[in-house]
Each structure stands twice: as structure tokens, then as C-alpha cells.
Design a protein around this ligand. Structure first.
Ligand code: UDP
Length: 495
């Protein structure tokens, strides 16, 4: 994408301050958004915390080398004061999921240092706009005091945000007698039954989370607008309907992962890699086009030992080549770790398997022509990264809004097959059963990789979306133009 000097100089005076929510999977796309803005000449400050700045070191170093006008500013984080272990500054590292409100309360203590930062002389330019992660409801007041706009980035797609908006408005979940009683999500052009357990915590009436959820929702409604990591051709009507329903500016600006054009940038996102990216590419180079399935469940998705082993058996039974990313391996008992090693690392699955314990270069892997399918937990980043690489998915949602994303992938857009996960699990606390059986898993892989008519049609749609995604982020594309709108809005006085 060639951006002229004129276009850049027109935005030289803009300074966007990005405050990503404290999870790796929110930081990754917000850093990409920072890059996209900086490439358009905007000065960008990304607010982080000391421990997160250490974890993001490779990314920060790469951005420094690029010469882009992006500065990372770590603000002091008072974990212990909020009842968290010292140094716990990210949801990924919470000792238990029900400590999320502690993290939320610790994040409230960022307000004062943020206000100081935004007012002090040393910032490169006065701030023009704040892009806020989803759990900082107080940030609109900070923006109002400075007389600048504030947009929210939920990390969700348009369909999911629209479904949630309708749930907030019509509250069908409140009429359900239990977490497993089905009800319909209103306002959609098709019937969609769901249960409370398949929804984000905002709809689960969990006492410990209620106050946080209420404040987060109130904060959302105060925002000037919403920026969404999505693109016009993927789920257009839901962004439009959301704009109509909320009266807020809704700007789809993705897929943000497409801001990376160099392999090394694609590889270095989020955490430090647990595998050599070149080794991954060499392994993939030795495989036939579209023959490999990539299996990963995001930054925090994890299974019980029983489910993990069932998944491994299912992948072996499917008789296809696969890359399997297992995170949190150290939490598994030593016999499970040994089983992984013997069956997937020491020639157990021959050359058919590449096991990655920890963090994989996901976007790089998905962009390789040998990858023909992605078994995913339907996290929104992963969903979009798969769609932008033209790779169909086998969907296995675990929690949060992932069951909504599954509906979109399988039934609305038609680029996925459902593995058949029926039960939601809690992050960091998977139940000890293996509810999805190996035969079901192997069958899903077969359906996904199948060369028959349905499989071909899914692949055709996925390739079409890949092309549309590329067009959206190119100069003059819908996402490119929405970034221009965002910059224009930030330039207007009294917006
Ligand atoms: N990711 C990665 N390597 C991994 C696991 C995840 O690069 O081994 C990235 C992935 O590309 C995506 C993000 O982490 O950008 C995960 O976000 P997603 O919304 O898919 O899931 P979540 O982690 O929020 O459950």
C-alpha cells in the first residue's frame, strides 16, 4: 500500500493514545492498530504496565527498529493493592478466573498516572483521541476533561457486539431459569437459540462480576464510537445495525493483522515464540498445498488432561498432517507431558505432526499455502486471521463470545464446520471430563479437509474473503477509509 507524503503530512499533528485491555489478545490487535495509524503519520502512544512491557519486549524492539512514531509508556500497576500477586498485570496470568474483578480494580488505579501522562509536557503532542480497551469505563471522563474523543475497542466482531447489544436491550437471558435453558437472541434475521453458559460473563449473573459488568456496560455507552477489527464484506449488516441501534460511530478497520507484510513481523506478535519461525516454515514447505491442519486454542484456552489427550488421539485418528499448539504445558502432570513427547515429538506421529509447546507464529503459519484448515476456539482474532488467510475453520468454542463467533463462521458466512462442543468451560479452569470425543474430533477434521462439494464451497468462500480482506485494508478500501474517518473525527474541534 503506497501512502503519499501529502496524506501523511495532513495527519502529522494527530496524537492517538491507545490503552489496550490487559490481555495478550487485546494487546496484539491494538498494537496493530497503533501501527496502522502510525503508518498514516499519526503519533501513537501505547499505554502499558511494567510487566507487560517486559513481555512485549520483542514487539517493542521491532517497532522501534521500524522507525514508526509509536511510543510505549509503562504506567505503574498496583497489583498487590487490588489483591493480586505481585507482578500480575494481565488477565492471562490470573491465578483464578474469579480474580478478574481484582485486575479490573487494579486497572482503575491507572487513571491518575494516565491523567498525569496526558497532561505533562513530555508527551510528543497534546493527545487528540483515546482508543480504549473494553474494561476502562472511567476513561471517557479523562477524555472529556481533555476535550478529546474516546473510542472503545472490545476485541469482538460486529455480529457478536450486535448480539450483545440486543441482549442488553431485551434481556431474554434474564428469563432463562438456568444457565443451560435455551432462549433466542432477538433482532437477528434468523433464529438463534443460545444459553447463558455460552455467553460472555456480562450475561451470566455471577455475583462477583456484577458490579464490574455494570460499570463496563455504562462506560461503553458513554463512548463516542466503537472501532471493530472486522471488514465490510465479512459481516456488514451487523455493523450498520449496531450504528443504528446505538447512535454511536461504528468503524470497522480490520483485519488489523494485515498490517504486517514482512514474515518477521507476522511472527513476532504478542509473546516470545516457543518455536523457531524458520523451522515452522521449513516444515510447512515440505507439505503439500492445503494439506495441513493448524490446531490452536488462543492465548488462554486450555483443556483438562483428559480432553487434551482425547484431542491428541482424535488428531492422530484423522490421518492428516497437523501443527498442534499446546499452551500451559507446565500445568499438566508429568505423565501427560511425557505422553505428548512420546506421541507427538519423538516420531510418534512421524513427520505428520509439529507440536508447539507455548506460543506459535500463528499469522505466519496461517498464511502458508500448505495450511488447509484451522481448528480454532473461535477467538475473534483467530477467526479474522483465518478468514484473511483464506483458511476454513473447524470450530470448537470454549468461553466468552466464542459461541457467537461459531454461529457466524459456520452458519452465517459458511467457512467452517462445527466440531460439536456443547459445553462452555471456564478460562483457567477446564473441567476434568473429555466431553468432545476422539471420533467426533477426527470426523470434524475430515469434514473440514474433505475435497467434496461442501468442502470446496467452504474453501471458495474463504478464498473470496481473503481477497476482500486485502481490498479492505488497501488504500481506498473500506477499512482504510474508516481509519481516515477516525483521524478526521479526531481532528475536529468540539467533537
Ligand atoms: N496467538 C499467537 N500464537 C499462539 C496463540 C495465539 O500468535 O500460539 C495470537 C493469535 O494470532 C491471536 C491471539 O493470539 O492474534 C489470540 O486471540 P483470539 O482472539 O483468537 O483468542 P483469545 O486468546 O482471546 O482467546
Amino acid at each position: 500500500m503506497a501512502i503519499s507524503n501529502d496524506m501523511i503530512s495532513g495527519h502529522r499533528k494527530l496524537h492517538f493514545v491507545l490503552l489496550p485491555w490487559l490481555t495478550t489478545s487485546h494487546m496484539i490487535p491494538m498494537i496493530d492498530i497503533g501501527r496502522m495509524l502510525a503508518e498514516r503519520g499519526v503519533t501513537v502512544t501505547i499505554v502499558t504496565t511494567p510487566a507487560n512491557a517486559v513481555a512485549l519486549k520483542p514487539t517493542i524492539a521491532r517497532i522501534a527498529d521500524s522507525g514508526l512514531p509509536i511510543k510505549f509508556v509503562p504506567l505503574p500497576f498496583r497489583s498487590v493493592e487490588a489483591g493480586l500477586p505481585d507482578g500480575c498485570e494481565i488477565a492471562d496470568n490470573l491465578p483464578a478466573f474469579d480474580m478478574l474483578p481484582n485486575l479490573y480494580n487494579a486497572a482503575k488505579l491507572l487513571r491518575q498516572p494516565l491523567e498525569l501522562l496526558l497532561r505533562e509536557q513530555s508527551t510528543p503532542l497534546p493527545p487528540s483521541c483515546i482508543l480504549s480497551g473494553m474494561c476502562y469505563p472511567w476513561v471517557t471522563e479523562v477524555a472529556r476533561d481533555l476535550g478529546i474523543p474516546c473510542f472503545i475497542f472490545h476485541g469482538f466482531g460486529s455480529f457478536a457486539i450486535y448480539c450483545m447489544h440486543n441482549l442488553y436491550s431485551y434481556k431474554p437471558h434474564e428469563g432463562a431459569a438456568s444457565a443451560t435453558e435455551p432462549f433466542e437472541i432477538p433482532g437477528l434475521p434468523f433464529q438463534f437459540e443460545i444459553t447463558r453458559q455460552h455467553l460472555p460473563i456480562f450475561f451470566q449473573s455471577m455475583p462477583k462480576f456484577m458490579e464490574m459488568c455494570k460499570e463496563v456496560r455504562e462506560g461503553e455507552l458513554e463512548m463516542d464510537g466503537v472501532i471493530i477489527n472486522s471488514f465490510d464484506d465479512l459481516e456488514p449488516q451487523y455493523a450498520e445495525q449496531l450504528a443504528g441501534a446505538t447512535g454511536q460511530k461504528i468503524l470497522t478497520i480490520g483485519p488489523v493483522s494485515m498490517c504486517h507484510r514482512e514474515s518477521s513481523d507476522m511472527a513476532d506478535r504478542g509473546r516470545e515464540l516457543s518455536v523457531d519461525a524458520t523451522r515452522c516454515l521449513q516444515w510447512l514447505d515440505s507439505m503439500k498445498p492445503q494439506s495441513v491442519i493448524y490446531v490452536s486454542f488462543g492465548s488462554v484456552g486450555s483443556f483438562s488432561p483428559a480432553q487434551l489427550m482425547e484431542l491428541g488421539h482424535g488428531l492422530l485418528a484423522a490421518n492428516r498432517a497437523f501443527i498442534w499448539v499446546v499452551n500451559g504445558v507446565q500445568r499438566f502432570p508429568s505423565e501427560v507431558q511425557r505422553w505428548l513427547q512420546e506421541n507427538f515429538e519423538e516420531g510418534g506421529a512421524d513427520s505428520r505432526c509439529l507440536l508447539i509447546r507455548g506460543w506459535a507464529p500463528q499469522v505466519l503459519i496461517l498464511s502458508h499455502p500448505a495450511v488447509g484448515g484451522f481448528m480454532t476456539h473461535c477467538g475473534w482474532n483467530s477467526t479474522l486471521e483465518s478468514a484473511s488467510a483464506g483458511v476454513p475453520m473447524a470450530t470448537w468454542p470454549l468461553f466468552a463470545e466464542q459461541f457467537l463467533n461459531e454461529k457466524l463462521i459456520v452458519d452465517v458466512i459458511g467457512i467452517g464446520v462445527a466440531v460439536g462442543a456443547k459445553t462452555a468451560v471456564q478460562p483457567f479452569a477446564p473441567d476434568d471430563k473429555a466431553s468432545v470425543k476422539r471420533e467426533t474430533i477426527a470426523d470434524a477434521v475430515e469434514r473440514l479437509m474433505d475435497g467434496g462439494e461442501e468442502g470446496e464451497e467452504r474453501r471458495r468462500r474463504a478464498k473470496e474473503l481473503k481477497e476482500k480482506a486485502r481490498e479492505a485494508v488497501e488504500m481506498g478500501g473500506s477499512s482504510f477509509n474508516n481509519i481516515t474517518l477516525l483521524m478526521e473525527f479526531a481532528k475536529q474541534p468540539n467533537n
